[in-house]
Design a protein around this ligand. Structure first.
Ligand code: HEC
Ligand code: HEC
Length: 302
């Protein structure tokens, strides 16, 4: 009997020892990745000036979801507040005290938004540049014009910390903690898709949906986040769990008023329809065309 306990003691000791070594490894590797510097000189972009560009940029700031993390005034909000995952506060983008707008150059804006890299060359945490890399020059130009017009707000966000679980997610690449790692920074710019009620334009706009609804748009819990319902739904044409039985008016009702065909409400805290209601008819039509064109999939295959 005593011998067995001794053996169990040894095994537990070895397992604990291995876990400590593994965690130390994760800590070392994640620290290296967080501190890695990237040399990226983004392609030059002409930033438009004038009221029309700024207004359009403000609309893009909403419909592209920037407002969800950077807040209505652009001064930054808490994005993740979890002892295990970490504490991540989105940057203050205004020219106020603690805001990057004080000394950002046009190149710095482009590098941060398209490449997920700060002016010091380090990768930005959580900032979803994988989705934003595809934003074309015209749209990005108006977004930057808008950001440069933001009134100053004094707010110094607390430094970002990545907790033990956040570091495991980072190293295992279970979620894009550092989007800069997933972007091909030397790739030629994609050809701009013309605006219009087309599947292609809908695909361009649907980048914004994929972070939550999944790359294949079939929904399910978002990897790396607690799976608290309601979770993103299946947007593919699957007749059972997807939008197979919906028509365009049903879709527009969700996007404009947060209401499903059966009258139930879509949670505005989870699905940013209050921002999407600022999409134009052309954008919604294009999105709907694209959603109908994707392969039907059962719920939750991401
Ligand atoms: C899911 C949340 C989220 C969304 C959506 C988001 N951001 Fe960010 N963004 C962040 C976080 C967090 C940081 C800070 C990252 C860091 O400092 O490592 C950041 C950093 C930035 C920076 C770099 C600022 C700096 O500190 O140097 C810019 C510029 C920026 N975001 C612009 C945008 C724009 C424009 C959009 C919309 C097109 C957007 N962000 C959408 C979370 C987000
Ligand atoms: C921040 C995460 C997030 C983003 C971004 C997002 N969604 Fe959602 N969406 C959700 C969640 C969560 C739900 C479920 C909400 C509920 O049931 O109350 C949902 C529900 C929906 C529904 C209702 C589906 C149904 O069967 O009831 C539609 C339609 C939809 N989203 C379309 C879109 C489109 C189109 C985009 C991109 C333009 C998008 N969503 C972007 C999280 C998101």
């Amino acid at each position: 009997m005593k011998k067995i306990f001794k053996w169990i003691g040894w095994i537990v000791g070895i397992v604990v020892g291995l876990l400590i070594v593994a965690l130390l490894g994760v800590y070392v590797v994640s620290t290296m990745q967080l501190n890695k510097t990237y040399q990226v000189e983004p392609a030059a972009l002409t930033i438009p000036t004038g009221e029309a560009a700024i207004t359009e940029g403000g609309r893009q700031f909403l419909t592209r979801g920037c407002i969800d993390c950077h807040g209505e005034n652009g001064a930054g909000k808490m994005v993740v507040d979890d002892a295990l995952i970490g504490h991540v506060i989105a940057s203050n983008l205004t020219p106020g005290k603690g805001g990057v707008g004080q000394n950002y150059t046009d190149m710095d804006w482009v590098r941060a938004i398209r490449h997920g890299i700060g002016p010091d060359g380090k990768p930005l945490v959580i900032m979803p540049s994988v989705e934003y890399n595809a934003i074309n020059d015209d749209d990005l130009g108006t977004i930057v014009a808008y950001l440069k017009s933001l009134p100053a707000v004094d707010h110094t966000p607390d430094p970002i910390t990545v907790g033990p679980l956040g570091r495991v997610l980072l190293v295992s690449k279970a979620i894009p903690v550092l989007p800069a790692e997933q972007i091909d920074h030397d790739a030629p710019r994609p050809v701009a898709v013309a605006k219009g009620e087309t599947v292609e334009y809908g695909h361009y706009l649907a980048q914004t949906c994929m972070g939550c609804h999944g790359e294949g748009l079939s929904g399910g819990p978002i990897p790396g986040l607690p799976p608290d319902p309601p979770n993103p739904q299946n947007l593919t044409p699957d007749p059972e769990s997807g939008l197979g039985k919906w028509d365009e008016a049903d879709f527009a009702l969700v996007m404009r008023q947060g209401q499903r065909p059966d009258g139930t409400a879509v949670d505005p805290a989870k699905m940013p329809w209050p921002a999407f209601q600022h999409m134009t008819d052309e954008e919604l039509n294009a999105l709907w065309l694209y959603l109908q064109s994707v392969p039907a999939k059962p719920y939750g295959e991401r």
